[in-house]
Design a protein around this ligand. Sequence first.
Ligand SMILES: Nc1ccn([C@@H]2O[C@H](COP(=O)(O)OP(=O)(O)OP(=O)(O)O)[C@@H](O)[C@H]2O)c(=O)n1
Ligand SMILES: O=C(CO)[C@H](O)[C@H](O)COP(=O)(O)O
Length: 465
Amino acid sequence: MESGPCSRPAEPRHCVSGRAGAGLAFPAFPLSAAGAEPGSRIGTVAAVLPAGGCGERMGVRTPKQFCRVLERPLISYTLQAMERVCWIKDIVVTVTGENMEAMRSIIQRYGHKRISLAEAGATRHRSIFNGLKALAEDQPGCELTRPEVVIIHDAVRPFVEEDILLRVVLAAKEHGAMISQIWLQNKLSSIPIEAAGAIRPLVSTVVSPSADGHLDHSLDRAKHRASEMPQAFHFDVIYEAYQKCSDFDLEFGTECLQLALKYCHRKAKLVEGTPDLWKVTYKQDLCAAEAMIKEKISQEICVVVNTKDEESVGHLLEEVLRNELNCIKVTSTVLDRTSGDIENFIDQCYSFICVNVVSSESRETRKLLSILEESSLPLLYPVVVVLVHCFDFTVVPLAQKMENLVWIRELAKEAKGRNVLLSGVLLNHSQDEQKLQESLVQSAAIIAALVKERNSALVGQLLVA
Ligand SMILES: Nc1ccn([C@@H]2O[C@H](COP(=O)(O)OP(=O)(O)OP(=O)(O)O)[C@@H](O)[C@H]2O)c(=O)n1
Ligand SMILES: O=C(CO)[C@H](O)[C@H](O)COP(=O)(O)O
C-alpha cells in the first residue's frame, strides 16, 4: 500500500463543504437534507474505491476506469468527486500491479489529494477487501487511520455527489447508533442497521429463466430495486464480514450489503439515489458520461468585453446571449488595457466569450489565455474561448478580414496543447438595425454550439455570423 504523490491541487478553491482533508467529521451543512439532527457528529470517514477490473463488457483493451472522457481518465472524475468532500479523510484506490504506475501518474497529473493505493484482487470483492485491509491499521507500515465509517464506491461511477455520500453515511451511522442503543437495553429483537446503500427503481423487469431458456417466473418490478453505489458501513462491521465470508462469496459475490447481513447480521438501510449514479459498463456509457460532463460544464459562460461603453456591440451581444440561451448563466466583465484583471472572476466557468469591440488586436485574448494557463481549469476540463470580432461587413470585405485574422490559427494551436479550445466568430456590426440583430442572434447560436459541443475540429476556425 502506498500514498499517492500530489504536486498541485485538482480544484483548490472548490472544496464543497469546508476544510479539505480535515478528516473530522462533520460539516455544518446539509444535515437537514439527510434527515439528521443538526450538530450530529461522527468519527472519521474513509472511502475504498475498487478500480482493479478489466472492463470486459466494455470490449476495449484499456480498463474502463482509465478510458478517456474529454481527454481525462474516467477515474480522475470519480476521484475529483470524492476528494471534494472534505469530511472524507482517506481515499484508498485498489489497482492492479500492472496499472499502479499509470494510476500514480494520474494522481500526479491531476493533483488528486488524500489518495492511497492498494493492490487490487482478482474479483471486485477481493479488491474491496484489500482496500479495507489497508485501512485496518493491522498492515505493516500502514499510515492510514482506521475509520469509524467506510464508504465503498466503484471507481467507474463518476457522478457521485456529496449529498448521497452524506445520506448513506448518516443512514449507516445514525441507524446504527440508535438501534444498537435499544439493542443494548434488550428491547429490540430485530437486526441492527450499520450499513446503507443507494438504490434506484428498476428500469426493466427482472425475469428468471429456466434451464432450457424459457421464462420460469418474473419478479414484481415495483417490489424490487437496483442496488447502486455508494454504500457506507461501520468499518468494523464490513471488515468483519469480509474476514468471515467464504471463498465462494469473494469469488462470485456482487453485493457488499449482503455480506454485512449474512456475516454480521446488519440489515442495510436502503437510500433512494439519483439517476446519475449508474455504473459505466458498456462503450455507450462513455458517450453518456461525456455528454453529462459537457452539459455540466456548459451551464455558465463569461463574456469578456474590451470596452466599458455600455452601448457597445459587446454588451448588445451579452444581452442577446442572455435572452437566447436562457438555460445558460451569462456573467460578464470588462477587460481594458489598464484594469484588465480577470483573475478574480475565473472560478468554475469553463467558457469565455472574448468580444473585441475596439480593435482587432488579440492582446486581451492573449491575456485571458495566459491566465487560463496558470489556473487549474483547463487541466480538469477543456475550456472554450470564443474570440468575437465585430466589424461592418460592408466596410471591410470578409476575405480581407479573414486574412488579417489568420494568426488565430497559430494561437489556437498553442492553446489546444493546453486544453483550451479557441475559435473565432465574425459579427456583422452593421449600421442596419435588422442585419445587426440577425448577426447577433446567429453569433449567439454559434457560441452556444461551440460551448455545448466542445468540438476540437472547430479549433482555430473563423465562423461568420
Ligand atoms: N477484480 C476486480 C474487478 C472489478 N473491480 C472494480 O469494481 C468496480 C465495478 O466492477 P465492474 O463494473 O464489474 O468492473 P469490471 O470488472 O472492470 O467490468 P466487467 O465486469 O465488464 O469486466 C469497477 O470500478 C472495477 O474496476 C475491482 O476493483 N477488481
Ligand atoms: O451492483 C453493485 C451493487 O452492489 C456493485 O456496484 C457492483 O458494481 C457489482 O459488480 P459487478 O458488476 O462486478 O458484478
